[in-house]
Write a protein that binds this ligand. Structure first.
Ligand code: SF4
Length: 146
């Protein structure tokens, strides 16, 4: 048997508590609070204690999904279309292509980004950097303001 405690950040809110995933033979078997973590100092709320419970859930999405043959249901006469599994390369290429088209046709300020409290500070920093440097818009907001 091989056992490891792997330090990571809770994914459930912006507090960013530190926790250890208990991994036995490559499988997560539990969560422990990180006493030395400067934010949480050995404490976790109930969500943190269950931070790994989704990992092996049968309903968990494991690949990107692309909606094919659909128009926006928000538009009059829009169709629902069906989701198809896709590779990350295909999904990211589609997003890049669509963002490029929107930017060319309607300008960078027609695009906005919503950051998330479920991301780390570093991930949210990267999102606003992408919005400003790659897309050219300051339209960045955060779910905490919704
Ligand atoms: S343990 Fe609770 S308070 Fe800490 S980051 Fe997770 S959800 Fe937020």
């Amino acid at each position: 048997m091989q056992y490891q405690n792997i330090l990571t950040t809770c994914i459930y809110c912006g507090a960013g508590c530190g926790l250890y995933l208990q991994v036995l033979d490559g499988e997560i078997v539990g969560v422990l609070p990180a006493k030395e973590h400067p934010v949480s100092q050995g404490k976790l709320c109930i969500k943190g204690w269950n931070a790994a419970s989704f990992v092996y859930h049968p309903d968990r999405l494991k690949t990107p999904l692309i909606r094919r043959g659909a128009t926006s249901p928000l538009l009059a006469g829009g169709t629902e279309g069906g989701f198809e599994e896709a590779t990350w390369d295909d999904a990211l290429s589609l997003v890049a292509e669509r963002l490029g088209t929107i930017k060319t046709e309607s300008g960078p300020n027609s695009i906005g980004f919503l950051a998330s409290a479920k991301c780390t500070n570093e991930e949210n920093y990267l999102l606003q950097k992408f919005a400003r440097a790659a897309i050219g818009t300051n339209n960045v907001d955060h779910c905490a303001r919704l």
